[in-house]
Design a protein around this ligand. Sequence first.
Ligand code: GDP
Length: 529
Amino acid sequence: MSFLSEIQRRRTFGIISHPDAGKTTLTEKLLLFGGAIQEAGAVKSNKIKKGATSDFMEIERQRGISVATSVLAFEYNGIKINILDTPGHKDFAEDTFRTLTAVDSVIVVIDVAKGVEEQTEKLVEVCRMRNIPMIVFINKLDREGKDAFDLLDEVEQKLGLTVTPLSFPIGMGYDFKGIYNIWEKNVNLFSGDSRKDIEETIEVSDLNSSELNTLLGDIAANQLREDIELTDGIYPSFDKDAYLNGDLQPVFFGSALNNFGVRELLDCFVDIAPKPRAKQSEERLVKPDENKFTGFVFKIHANMDPNHRDRLAFIKIVSGEFKRNTPYLHVRNKKKLKFSSPNAFFAEKKQIVDISYPGDIVGLHDTGNFKIGDTLTEGEIINYKGIPSFSPEHFRYINNADPMKAKQLYKGIDQLMDEGVAQLFTLEMNGRKVIGTVGALQYEVIQYRLEHEYGAKCTYENLNVHKACWVDPEDEKNTEFAEFKRVKQRYLAKDKSGQLVFLADSVFSLQMTQQKYPSITFHLTSEFE
Ligand code: GDP
Protein backbone atom coordinates (compact mmCIF):
# COMPACT_ATOMS: atom_id res chain seq x y z
CA MET A 1 0.00 0.00 0.00
CA SER A 2 1.31 3.44 -0.87
CA PHE A 3 2.34 6.04 1.72
CA LEU A 4 -0.67 8.20 0.81
CA SER A 5 -3.21 5.41 1.14
CA GLU A 6 -1.71 4.47 4.51
CA ILE A 7 -2.41 8.03 5.69
CA GLN A 8 -5.88 8.09 4.15
CA ARG A 9 -6.97 4.98 6.00
CA ARG A 10 -6.01 6.13 9.50
CA ARG A 11 -8.39 7.54 12.12
CA THR A 12 -6.89 8.54 15.46
CA PHE A 13 -9.32 9.61 18.14
CA GLY A 14 -10.09 9.71 21.84
CA ILE A 15 -13.25 8.89 23.78
CA ILE A 16 -14.02 11.42 26.49
CA SER A 17 -16.62 11.17 29.23
CA HIS A 18 -17.34 11.65 32.87
CA PRO A 19 -16.44 8.47 34.80
CA ASP A 20 -19.14 5.78 34.55
CA ALA A 21 -20.80 7.11 31.42
CA GLY A 22 -19.62 4.02 29.53
CA LYS A 23 -16.28 4.87 27.89
CA THR A 24 -14.68 1.49 28.67
CA THR A 25 -17.75 -0.43 27.58
CA LEU A 26 -17.97 1.47 24.31
CA THR A 27 -14.23 1.01 23.64
CA GLU A 28 -14.65 -2.69 24.14
CA LYS A 29 -17.58 -2.95 21.74
CA LEU A 30 -15.65 -1.03 19.11
CA LEU A 31 -12.75 -3.48 19.49
CA LEU A 32 -15.19 -6.39 19.17
CA PHE A 33 -16.36 -5.01 15.82
CA GLY A 34 -12.79 -4.82 14.67
CA GLY A 35 -12.27 -8.43 15.72
CA ALA A 36 -9.35 -7.18 17.82
CA ILE A 37 -10.70 -8.88 20.93
CA GLN A 38 -12.88 -11.95 21.15
CA GLU A 39 -15.00 -11.38 24.20
CA ALA A 40 -16.48 -8.73 26.42
CA GLY A 41 -14.52 -7.88 29.56
CA ALA A 42 -11.16 -7.87 27.78
CA VAL A 43 -10.61 -4.14 28.09
CA LYS A 44 -9.76 -3.14 31.63
CA SER A 45 -11.15 0.06 33.01
CA ASN A 46 -8.47 2.58 33.88
CA LYS A 47 -10.67 3.99 36.60
CA ILE A 48 -9.50 4.66 40.11
CA LYS A 49 -11.76 2.53 42.25
CA LYS A 50 -13.82 4.51 44.71
CA GLY A 51 -12.39 4.70 48.21
CA ALA A 52 -9.12 3.19 47.07
CA THR A 53 -7.14 6.40 46.84
CA SER A 54 -4.82 5.54 49.70
CA ASP A 55 -4.34 1.98 48.57
CA PHE A 56 -0.96 1.92 46.87
CA MET A 57 -1.60 -1.34 45.10
CA GLU A 58 -4.46 0.50 43.50
CA ILE A 59 -2.06 3.11 42.16
CA GLU A 60 0.14 0.41 40.62
CA ARG A 61 -2.86 -1.46 39.29
CA GLN A 62 -4.15 1.69 37.71
CA ARG A 63 -0.75 2.48 36.20
CA GLY A 64 -0.50 -1.02 34.80
CA ILE A 65 -3.84 -0.66 33.11
CA SER A 66 -3.09 2.74 31.80
CA VAL A 67 0.04 1.41 30.02
CA ALA A 68 -2.03 -1.37 28.49
CA THR A 69 -4.83 0.90 27.37
CA SER A 70 -2.76 3.91 26.26
CA VAL A 71 -3.41 3.12 22.61
CA LEU A 72 -5.89 0.54 21.39
CA ALA A 73 -5.62 -0.01 17.68
CA PHE A 74 -7.77 -2.12 15.41
CA GLU A 75 -8.81 -2.47 11.80
CA TYR A 76 -12.36 -2.15 10.57
CA ASN A 77 -13.30 -2.43 6.89
CA GLY A 78 -9.75 -1.62 5.88
CA ILE A 79 -9.57 1.43 8.15
CA LYS A 80 -6.85 1.53 10.79
CA ILE A 81 -8.36 2.97 13.96
CA ASN A 82 -6.25 4.20 16.87
CA ILE A 83 -8.14 4.91 20.10
CA LEU A 84 -6.13 6.97 22.57
CA ASP A 85 -7.05 6.42 26.18
CA THR A 86 -8.13 9.40 28.24
CA PRO A 87 -8.45 9.02 32.01
CA GLY A 88 -11.84 10.25 33.20
CA HIS A 89 -10.79 10.88 36.82
CA LYS A 90 -10.48 14.59 37.42
CA ASP A 91 -7.11 14.30 39.16
CA PHE A 92 -5.68 13.04 35.89
CA ALA A 93 -7.35 15.66 33.72
CA GLU A 94 -4.02 17.11 32.66
CA ASP A 95 -3.02 13.75 31.20
CA THR A 96 -6.24 13.80 29.22
CA PHE A 97 -5.63 17.37 28.01
CA ARG A 98 -2.23 16.32 26.70
CA THR A 99 -3.64 13.26 24.98
CA LEU A 100 -6.15 15.53 23.25
CA THR A 101 -3.21 17.21 21.47
CA ALA A 102 -2.57 13.88 19.73
CA VAL A 103 -6.10 13.04 18.53
CA ASP A 104 -7.66 14.07 15.24
CA SER A 105 -11.22 13.78 16.58
CA VAL A 106 -13.17 12.67 19.65
CA ILE A 107 -16.31 10.80 20.63
CA VAL A 108 -18.09 12.22 23.68
CA VAL A 109 -20.05 9.67 25.74
CA ILE A 110 -22.99 10.93 27.81
CA ASP A 111 -25.16 8.95 30.22
CA VAL A 112 -28.83 9.34 29.20
CA ALA A 113 -29.94 9.59 32.84
CA LYS A 114 -27.20 11.82 34.19
CA GLY A 115 -26.93 14.10 31.18
CA VAL A 116 -23.94 16.42 30.84
CA GLU A 117 -21.58 15.99 33.82
CA GLU A 118 -18.71 18.06 35.13
CA GLN A 119 -15.74 16.27 33.54
CA THR A 120 -17.49 16.17 30.18
CA GLU A 121 -17.92 19.93 30.31
CA LYS A 122 -14.24 20.55 31.01
CA LEU A 123 -12.95 18.17 28.36
CA VAL A 124 -15.37 19.31 25.67
CA GLU A 125 -14.34 22.89 26.35
CA VAL A 126 -10.74 21.99 25.54
CA CYS A 127 -11.84 20.25 22.32
CA ARG A 128 -14.01 23.19 21.38
CA MET A 129 -11.16 25.64 21.83
CA ARG A 130 -9.06 23.55 19.47
CA ASN A 131 -11.88 22.96 16.96
CA ILE A 132 -11.52 19.21 17.31
CA PRO A 133 -14.34 17.43 15.44
CA MET A 134 -16.68 15.73 17.92
CA ILE A 135 -19.37 13.07 17.69
CA VAL A 136 -21.70 12.66 20.69
CA PHE A 137 -22.89 9.20 21.80
CA ILE A 138 -25.79 9.19 24.27
CA ASN A 139 -25.50 5.92 26.14
CA LYS A 140 -27.60 3.61 28.34
CA LEU A 141 -30.85 3.97 26.40
CA ASP A 142 -31.94 0.67 27.93
CA ARG A 143 -32.42 2.63 31.15
CA GLU A 144 -34.91 5.31 32.08
CA GLY A 145 -33.36 8.66 31.28
CA LYS A 146 -34.00 12.17 30.16
CA ASP A 147 -36.18 13.02 27.18
CA ALA A 148 -34.11 13.02 23.98
CA PHE A 149 -34.97 16.61 23.04
CA ASP A 150 -34.22 17.85 26.57
CA LEU A 151 -30.88 16.09 26.42
CA LEU A 152 -29.99 17.58 23.07
CA ASP A 153 -30.86 21.00 24.54
CA GLU A 154 -28.66 20.32 27.52
CA VAL A 155 -25.77 19.29 25.28
CA GLU A 156 -26.12 22.52 23.31
CA GLN A 157 -26.39 24.75 26.36
CA LYS A 158 -23.88 23.21 28.75
CA LEU A 159 -21.31 22.13 26.19
CA GLY A 160 -21.77 25.02 23.80
CA LEU A 161 -22.21 22.67 20.83
CA THR A 162 -24.43 22.81 17.77
CA VAL A 163 -25.92 19.36 17.44
CA THR A 164 -27.63 17.38 14.74
CA PRO A 165 -29.00 13.94 15.65
CA LEU A 166 -28.02 11.23 13.18
CA SER A 167 -30.00 8.60 15.03
CA PHE A 168 -33.06 8.90 17.23
CA PRO A 169 -34.38 6.68 20.02
CA ILE A 170 -37.72 4.93 19.78
CA GLY A 171 -38.89 4.85 23.38
CA MET A 172 -36.55 4.53 26.32
CA GLY A 173 -35.82 2.38 29.35
CA TYR A 174 -38.51 -0.25 29.77
CA ASP A 175 -40.19 0.88 26.55
CA PHE A 176 -37.00 1.13 24.53
CA LYS A 177 -37.83 -0.31 21.12
CA GLY A 178 -34.80 0.63 19.12
CA ILE A 179 -33.37 3.47 17.13
CA TYR A 180 -34.11 5.11 13.86
CA ASN A 181 -30.89 5.71 11.96
CA ILE A 182 -31.36 9.11 10.34
CA TRP A 183 -27.98 8.77 8.61
CA GLU A 184 -28.80 5.48 6.86
CA LYS A 185 -32.60 5.75 7.01
CA ASN A 186 -33.36 2.45 8.69
CA VAL A 187 -34.79 1.10 11.91
CA ASN A 188 -32.84 -1.07 14.27
CA LEU A 189 -34.95 -2.99 16.77
CA PHE A 190 -33.72 -3.56 20.28
CA SER A 191 -33.93 -7.08 21.63
CA GLY A 192 -31.91 -6.58 24.78
CA ASP A 193 -29.70 -9.48 23.85
CA SER A 194 -26.17 -8.41 24.63
CA ARG A 195 -24.58 -11.44 22.96
CA LYS A 196 -25.94 -10.44 19.62
CA ASP A 197 -22.98 -9.30 17.55
CA ILE A 198 -24.70 -8.27 14.41
CA GLU A 199 -28.00 -6.52 14.62
CA GLU A 200 -30.79 -6.87 12.16
CA THR A 201 -31.67 -3.59 10.63
CA ILE A 202 -34.83 -2.97 8.71
CA GLU A 203 -34.71 -0.51 5.87
CA VAL A 204 -37.38 2.17 6.20
CA SER A 205 -37.06 4.48 3.26
CA ASP A 206 -40.46 6.08 3.91
CA LEU A 207 -41.35 6.89 7.50
CA ASN A 208 -45.02 7.18 6.46
CA SER A 209 -45.35 3.62 5.27
CA SER A 210 -47.67 1.36 7.25
CA GLU A 211 -44.76 -1.03 7.59
CA LEU A 212 -43.49 1.16 10.40
CA ASN A 213 -46.78 0.67 12.29
CA THR A 214 -46.51 -3.07 11.94
CA LEU A 215 -42.94 -2.93 13.17
CA LEU A 216 -43.35 -0.61 16.16
CA GLY A 217 -47.07 -0.45 16.90
CA ASP A 218 -49.21 2.61 16.14
CA ILE A 219 -48.23 4.71 19.13
CA ALA A 220 -44.48 4.34 18.79
CA ALA A 221 -44.62 4.70 15.00
CA ASN A 222 -46.56 7.96 15.21
CA GLN A 223 -44.30 9.25 17.96
CA LEU A 224 -41.25 8.52 15.82
CA ARG A 225 -42.77 10.34 12.83
CA GLU A 226 -43.44 13.37 15.03
CA ASP A 227 -39.97 13.26 16.55
CA ILE A 228 -38.23 13.05 13.20
CA GLU A 229 -40.36 15.84 11.79
CA LEU A 230 -39.41 17.93 14.80
CA THR A 231 -35.69 17.15 14.48
CA ASP A 232 -35.86 18.09 10.79
CA GLY A 233 -37.37 21.40 11.80
CA ILE A 234 -35.07 22.29 14.69
CA TYR A 235 -31.62 20.97 13.87
CA PRO A 236 -29.38 21.88 10.97
CA SER A 237 -28.88 19.05 8.52
CA PHE A 238 -25.57 17.25 8.72
CA ASP A 239 -22.72 18.94 6.92
CA LYS A 240 -19.37 17.18 6.85
CA ASP A 241 -17.28 20.31 6.54
CA ALA A 242 -19.07 21.95 9.47
CA TYR A 243 -18.36 18.82 11.51
CA LEU A 244 -14.70 18.76 10.46
CA ASN A 245 -14.30 22.44 11.37
CA GLY A 246 -15.75 21.81 14.83
CA ASP A 247 -18.90 23.83 14.07
CA LEU A 248 -21.43 20.98 14.10
CA GLN A 249 -21.63 17.85 16.23
CA PRO A 250 -23.60 14.78 15.12
CA VAL A 251 -25.34 12.81 17.88
CA PHE A 252 -26.02 9.08 18.13
CA PHE A 253 -28.11 7.20 20.68
CA GLY A 254 -27.57 3.64 21.89
CA SER A 255 -26.58 1.26 24.60
CA ALA A 256 -22.93 0.30 24.69
CA LEU A 257 -23.51 -2.52 27.17
CA ASN A 258 -26.03 -4.11 24.82
CA ASN A 259 -23.87 -3.38 21.81
CA PHE A 260 -26.79 -1.45 20.44
CA GLY A 261 -26.35 1.57 18.22
CA VAL A 262 -22.58 1.06 18.28
CA ARG A 263 -22.26 -0.22 14.72
CA GLU A 264 -24.20 2.82 13.47
CA LEU A 265 -21.77 5.04 15.35
CA LEU A 266 -18.71 3.19 14.03
CA ASP A 267 -19.90 3.12 10.41
CA CYS A 268 -20.60 6.82 10.44
CA PHE A 269 -17.33 7.49 12.27
CA VAL A 270 -15.12 5.75 9.69
CA ASP A 271 -17.03 7.57 6.99
CA ILE A 272 -16.81 11.12 8.33
CA ALA A 273 -14.02 11.27 10.93
CA PRO A 274 -10.91 13.16 9.84
CA LYS A 275 -7.82 11.50 8.46
CA PRO A 276 -4.57 12.56 10.13
CA ARG A 277 -4.56 16.34 10.13
CA ALA A 278 -1.85 18.90 9.56
CA LYS A 279 -0.31 20.26 12.75
CA GLN A 280 0.89 23.73 13.57
CA SER A 281 4.44 24.02 14.88
CA GLU A 282 6.12 27.19 16.09
CA GLU A 283 7.93 27.31 12.77
CA ARG A 284 5.27 26.27 10.24
CA LEU A 285 2.25 24.10 9.45
CA VAL A 286 3.35 20.49 8.92
CA LYS A 287 1.25 18.28 6.63
CA PRO A 288 0.93 14.53 7.13
CA ASP A 289 1.85 13.70 3.53
CA GLU A 290 5.22 15.42 3.72
CA ASN A 291 8.01 12.92 3.03
CA LYS A 292 10.09 13.68 6.07
CA PHE A 293 9.18 12.23 9.44
CA THR A 294 8.15 14.48 12.33
CA GLY A 295 6.40 13.58 15.57
CA PHE A 296 6.02 14.70 19.16
CA VAL A 297 5.85 13.17 22.65
CA PHE A 298 2.45 13.53 24.30
CA LYS A 299 2.77 10.98 27.06
CA ILE A 300 5.54 9.28 29.03
CA HIS A 301 5.01 6.18 31.02
CA ALA A 302 7.40 4.69 33.54
CA ASN A 303 8.00 1.00 33.08
CA MET A 304 6.17 -1.17 35.56
CA ASP A 305 9.03 -3.64 35.85
CA PRO A 306 11.20 -2.55 38.82
CA ASN A 307 14.28 -4.18 37.22
CA HIS A 308 14.02 -2.12 34.07
CA ARG A 309 13.11 1.34 35.10
CA ASP A 310 13.24 2.69 31.60
CA ARG A 311 10.25 4.54 30.31
CA LEU A 312 7.99 4.39 27.32
CA ALA A 313 7.58 7.69 25.47
CA PHE A 314 4.49 7.86 23.27
CA ILE A 315 5.06 9.66 19.98
CA LYS A 316 2.30 10.81 17.66
CA ILE A 317 3.52 10.69 14.08
CA VAL A 318 2.56 13.91 12.33
CA SER A 319 4.30 13.54 8.96
CA GLY A 320 6.39 11.07 6.98
CA GLU A 321 7.28 7.52 7.87
CA PHE A 322 8.83 6.56 11.18
CA LYS A 323 11.38 3.79 10.66
CA ARG A 324 13.10 1.47 13.07
CA ASN A 325 16.88 1.89 13.58
CA THR A 326 16.93 5.25 11.83
CA PRO A 327 18.60 8.24 13.49
CA TYR A 328 16.20 11.10 14.24
CA LEU A 329 16.90 14.53 15.66
CA HIS A 330 15.74 15.16 19.23
CA VAL A 331 15.13 18.86 18.64
CA ARG A 332 15.38 20.12 22.25
CA ASN A 333 18.56 18.15 23.01
CA LYS A 334 20.02 18.73 19.50
CA LYS A 335 21.02 15.07 19.49
CA LYS A 336 20.42 12.22 17.07
CA LEU A 337 18.74 9.16 18.53
CA LYS A 338 17.75 5.88 16.97
CA PHE A 339 15.35 3.28 18.20
CA SER A 340 15.86 -0.42 17.76
CA SER A 341 12.53 -1.56 19.13
CA PRO A 342 9.73 0.93 18.58
CA ASN A 343 6.42 -0.48 19.79
CA ALA A 344 3.19 -0.26 17.89
CA PHE A 345 -0.09 -1.12 19.52
CA PHE A 346 -2.72 -3.57 18.45
CA ALA A 347 -5.71 -3.96 20.75
CA GLU A 348 -4.01 -4.44 24.11
CA LYS A 349 -0.78 -5.89 22.75
CA LYS A 350 2.47 -4.18 21.92
CA GLN A 351 4.64 -5.31 19.05
CA ILE A 352 7.86 -4.11 17.49
CA VAL A 353 7.31 -2.49 14.11
CA ASP A 354 9.62 -1.46 11.32
CA ILE A 355 7.54 1.34 9.95
CA SER A 356 4.68 3.57 11.18
CA TYR A 357 2.62 6.24 9.45
CA PRO A 358 1.05 9.62 10.27
CA GLY A 359 -1.80 9.17 12.73
CA ASP A 360 -0.04 6.24 14.38
CA ILE A 361 1.40 6.20 17.86
CA VAL A 362 4.73 4.53 18.57
CA GLY A 363 6.06 3.76 22.03
CA LEU A 364 9.82 4.37 22.33
CA HIS A 365 11.99 3.05 25.12
CA ASP A 366 13.61 5.97 26.85
CA THR A 367 16.21 6.22 29.56
CA GLY A 368 15.42 9.82 30.42
CA ASN A 369 15.92 11.76 27.19
CA PHE A 370 12.34 12.76 26.62
CA LYS A 371 9.90 15.06 28.21
CA ILE A 372 6.37 15.82 27.23
CA GLY A 373 6.15 18.08 24.20
CA ASP A 374 9.54 17.06 22.71
CA THR A 375 9.75 16.86 18.92
CA LEU A 376 11.60 14.32 16.76
CA THR A 377 12.43 15.10 13.13
CA GLU A 378 14.80 14.06 10.32
CA GLY A 379 16.87 17.19 10.97
CA GLU A 380 14.58 20.18 10.58
CA ILE A 381 14.03 22.38 13.63
CA ILE A 382 10.35 21.96 14.41
CA ASN A 383 8.69 22.60 17.77
CA TYR A 384 5.09 21.49 18.00
CA LYS A 385 2.74 23.81 19.79
CA GLY A 386 -0.20 23.05 21.94
CA ILE A 387 1.08 21.18 24.96
CA PRO A 388 0.80 23.94 27.54
CA SER A 389 0.89 23.45 31.28
CA PHE A 390 -2.21 24.67 33.05
CA SER A 391 -2.14 26.29 36.45
CA PRO A 392 -2.32 23.54 39.06
CA GLU A 393 -5.11 23.56 41.64
CA HIS A 394 -3.03 22.35 44.61
CA PHE A 395 0.38 23.48 45.84
CA ARG A 396 2.63 21.97 48.48
CA TYR A 397 6.27 22.33 49.47
CA ILE A 398 8.17 19.11 48.99
CA ASN A 399 10.86 18.34 51.62
CA ASN A 400 13.53 15.70 51.66
CA ALA A 401 12.85 13.25 54.49
CA ASP A 402 16.09 11.29 54.10
CA PRO A 403 19.21 13.49 53.89
CA MET A 404 21.28 10.54 52.64
CA LYS A 405 19.07 10.24 49.58
CA ALA A 406 18.99 13.82 48.30
CA LYS A 407 20.36 12.87 44.91
CA GLN A 408 17.79 10.15 44.42
CA LEU A 409 15.03 12.52 45.47
CA TYR A 410 15.99 15.19 42.96
CA LYS A 411 16.43 12.70 40.16
CA GLY A 412 13.04 11.19 40.98
CA ILE A 413 11.30 14.55 41.09
CA ASP A 414 12.95 15.52 37.84
CA GLN A 415 11.83 12.40 36.01
CA LEU A 416 8.32 12.36 37.41
CA MET A 417 7.88 15.97 36.29
CA ASP A 418 9.14 15.05 32.79
CA GLU A 419 6.46 12.38 32.74
CA GLY A 420 3.96 15.13 33.48
CA VAL A 421 2.76 13.70 36.79
CA ALA A 422 2.81 17.19 38.34
CA GLN A 423 4.58 20.54 38.00
CA LEU A 424 7.61 21.76 39.86
CA PHE A 425 8.17 25.38 40.86
CA THR A 426 11.33 26.67 42.50
CA LEU A 427 10.89 29.76 44.67
CA GLU A 428 13.09 32.67 43.61
CA MET A 429 13.62 33.82 47.17
CA ASN A 430 15.01 30.69 48.80
CA GLY A 431 15.13 27.91 46.20
CA ARG A 432 12.49 25.84 47.96
CA LYS A 433 10.65 23.38 45.77
CA VAL A 434 6.90 23.44 45.32
CA ILE A 435 4.85 20.71 43.66
CA GLY A 436 1.67 21.78 41.92
CA THR A 437 -0.99 19.23 40.99
CA VAL A 438 -4.46 19.04 39.50
CA GLY A 439 -5.73 16.75 42.26
CA ALA A 440 -4.67 15.72 45.74
CA LEU A 441 -4.24 12.11 44.60
CA GLN A 442 -1.04 13.00 42.74
CA TYR A 443 0.80 13.76 46.01
CA GLU A 444 0.29 10.18 47.11
CA VAL A 445 1.34 8.88 43.71
CA ILE A 446 4.54 10.97 43.81
CA GLN A 447 5.43 9.97 47.36
CA TYR A 448 4.81 6.32 46.61
CA ARG A 449 6.76 6.31 43.37
CA LEU A 450 9.70 8.29 44.79
CA GLU A 451 10.05 5.66 47.45
CA HIS A 452 9.53 2.60 45.26
CA GLU A 453 11.32 3.67 42.12
CA TYR A 454 14.05 5.97 43.43
CA GLY A 455 14.48 4.91 47.06
CA ALA A 456 13.82 8.47 48.26
CA LYS A 457 11.51 9.76 50.95
CA CYS A 458 9.62 13.03 50.96
CA THR A 459 7.22 14.97 53.10
CA TYR A 460 4.88 17.76 52.11
CA GLU A 461 4.01 21.05 53.70
CA ASN A 462 0.98 23.11 52.86
CA LEU A 463 1.36 26.31 50.96
CA ASN A 464 -1.37 28.79 50.33
CA VAL A 465 -1.47 29.42 46.60
CA HIS A 466 -4.58 30.07 44.55
CA LYS A 467 -3.19 29.98 41.02
CA ALA A 468 0.15 29.90 39.22
CA CYS A 469 0.32 32.68 36.64
CA TRP A 470 2.98 32.62 33.94
CA VAL A 471 4.58 35.98 33.18
CA ASP A 472 5.40 36.81 29.58
CA PRO A 473 9.19 37.26 29.26
CA GLU A 474 8.40 40.20 26.95
CA ASP A 475 6.85 42.00 29.92
CA GLU A 476 10.19 41.97 31.71
CA LYS A 477 11.22 44.87 29.51
CA ASN A 478 8.59 47.12 31.07
CA THR A 479 9.65 49.74 33.58
CA GLU A 480 7.11 48.44 36.10
CA PHE A 481 8.72 45.06 36.09
CA ALA A 482 11.60 45.82 38.45
CA GLU A 483 9.22 47.10 41.08
CA PHE A 484 6.87 44.13 40.60
CA LYS A 485 9.80 41.80 41.06
CA ARG A 486 10.97 43.55 44.22
CA VAL A 487 7.53 43.84 45.85
CA LYS A 488 6.30 40.38 44.93
CA GLN A 489 9.58 38.54 45.36
CA ARG A 490 8.09 36.21 47.95
CA TYR A 491 5.55 34.98 45.40
CA LEU A 492 7.82 34.48 42.42
CA ALA A 493 9.07 31.15 41.20
CA LYS A 494 10.53 29.49 38.11
CA ASP A 495 8.82 26.57 36.46
CA LYS A 496 10.81 23.59 35.24
CA SER A 497 11.73 25.22 31.97
CA GLY A 498 12.91 28.39 33.72
CA GLN A 499 9.87 30.50 32.90
CA LEU A 500 8.86 33.06 35.55
CA VAL A 501 5.66 32.34 37.46
CA PHE A 502 3.70 34.47 39.93
CA LEU A 503 2.09 32.35 42.66
CA ALA A 504 -1.00 34.33 43.62
CA ASP A 505 -2.31 33.42 47.06
CA SER A 506 -5.91 34.50 46.40
CA VAL A 507 -8.25 35.76 43.68
CA PHE A 508 -8.09 39.12 45.42
CA SER A 509 -4.31 39.40 45.43
CA LEU A 510 -4.21 38.40 41.76
CA GLN A 511 -6.69 41.16 40.91
CA MET A 512 -4.81 43.71 43.00
CA THR A 513 -1.51 42.80 41.39
CA GLN A 514 -3.04 43.06 37.94
CA GLN A 515 -4.40 46.51 38.74
CA LYS A 516 -1.16 47.69 40.21
CA TYR A 517 0.97 46.51 37.29
CA PRO A 518 -1.25 46.88 34.22
CA SER A 519 1.65 46.41 31.81
CA ILE A 520 2.26 42.86 33.04
CA THR A 521 -0.03 40.11 31.81
CA PHE A 522 -0.62 37.03 33.91
CA HIS A 523 -1.39 33.81 32.05
CA LEU A 524 -3.03 30.72 33.51
CA THR A 525 -1.26 28.49 31.01
CA SER A 526 2.41 28.26 30.15
CA GLU A 527 1.90 28.82 26.44
CA PHE A 528 0.56 32.06 25.03
CA GLU A 529 0.66 34.02 21.83
P1 GDP B 1 -16.42 4.52 32.12
O1 GDP B 1 -16.10 4.94 33.50
O2 GDP B 1 -16.94 5.67 31.32
O3 GDP B 1 -15.32 3.77 31.43
O4 GDP B 1 -17.69 3.54 32.24
P2 GDP B 1 -17.82 1.96 32.09
O5 GDP B 1 -17.74 1.56 30.68
O6 GDP B 1 -16.92 1.29 33.06
O7 GDP B 1 -19.35 1.78 32.54
C1 GDP B 1 -19.80 2.15 33.82
C2 GDP B 1 -20.98 1.26 34.21
O8 GDP B 1 -22.08 1.49 33.34
C3 GDP B 1 -20.63 -0.22 34.10
O9 GDP B 1 -21.24 -0.88 35.18
C4 GDP B 1 -21.26 -0.63 32.79
O10 GDP B 1 -21.64 -1.99 32.76
C5 GDP B 1 -22.50 0.27 32.74
N1 GDP B 1 -22.95 0.53 31.37
C6 GDP B 1 -22.19 0.89 30.29
N2 GDP B 1 -22.98 1.01 29.19
C7 GDP B 1 -24.24 0.73 29.58
C8 GDP B 1 -25.49 0.67 28.90
O11 GDP B 1 -25.62 0.90 27.70
N3 GDP B 1 -26.59 0.36 29.66
C9 GDP B 1 -26.51 0.08 30.99
N4 GDP B 1 -27.63 -0.23 31.63
N5 GDP B 1 -25.35 0.12 31.66
C10 GDP B 1 -24.22 0.44 30.97
